[in-house]
Design a protein around this ligand. Structure first.
Ligand SMILES: Cc1cc2nc3c(=O)[nH]c(=O)nc-3n(C[C@H](O)[C@H](O)[C@H](O)COP(=O)(O)O)c2cc1C
Length: 121
């Protein structure tokens, strides 16, 4: 995919799991290399071991990188994900079954809200 083509979209989502307290390094590299846009809207999402309440420190650096590229961040979404970080793997992992149906309902509501926001201009 040509990263420059992202400029053609009204809204772009950037997301990954969280690893060692940060979004995936390939996603960070990808965003760091994006050409700037004159105006663009983006959202950031993740599944992580701690869930939405602690997700801001993980998503914030990526949001800043995107803002540096000219994107306005119009929303962030996070939910718990099955966490198999090595010490947790030894005890069968944390958050088995996540994201679950409720997480997906929240994701759908988030998407509908974003859509309304973008369509409102
Ligand atoms: C090596 C490793 C490190 C992780 N580090 C963190 C972390 O620092 N904070 C956190 O909240 N979750 C952490 N997690 C949990 C992942 O964010 C979670 O499993 C997520 O669902 C992985 O995304 P994926 O299912 O798209 O691969 C870690 C998981 C692994 C395997």
């Amino acid at each position: 995919m040509d990263p420059a083509s992202l400029a053609d979209y009204d809204l772009v989502g950037f997301g990954s799991g969280v690893f060692a307290m940060a979004m995936h390094p390939r996603l960070r590299d990808f965003v760091a290399r994006l050409p700037g846009v004159r105006s663009g809207r983006a959202f950031v999402f993740s599944a992580n071991g701690l869930g939405r309440l602690q997700s801001r420190p993980f998503s914030r650096p990526l949001s800043r990188l995107l803002e540096d590229r000219g994107y306005e961040i119009v929303g962030t979404f996070a939910c718990k994900g099955f966490d198999t970080w090595l010490p947790l793997r030894l005890v069968g992992g944390l958050n088995k079954g996540r994201p679950n149906a409720q997480d997906l309902d929240r994701a759908r509501a988030f998407a509908a809200e974003l859509r309304a926001k973008v369509e409102a201009g």
